[in-house]
Design a binder for this molecule. Structure first.
Ligand SMILES: [Zn+2]
Length: 77
């Protein structure tokens, strides 16, 4: 299902890690105290989730089987 990707920054090839911005603690506090901001915060966190390199957390990983991905793997960049 998940596709292996390569990171152009550190050259590591791995499955990208899903990074969620914000904090679960803030989310819980907002939900408990104020319902509407809690909902907005939850939507923002879900919509700003991104795939990042598990090594350096760069968000611009590229597919390993793309032409650029192969070049990086071979060390030609
Ligand atoms: Zn990286």
């Amino acid at each position: 299902m998940a596709q292996e990707m390569i990171c152009p920054n550190c050259g590591c090839s791995d499955y990208p890690k899903s990074i969620t911005r914000g904090s679960i603690l803030i989310e819980i506090v907002l939900w408990c105290c104020f319902l509407v901001p809690g909902l907005i915060y939850s939507i923002w966190r879900l919509s700003s989730r991104y795939k990042a390199c598990p090594e350096c957390r760069a968000p611009n990983m590229i597919p390993l089987d793309s032409p650029r991905g192969r070049k990086i793997r071979e060390g030609k960049v």
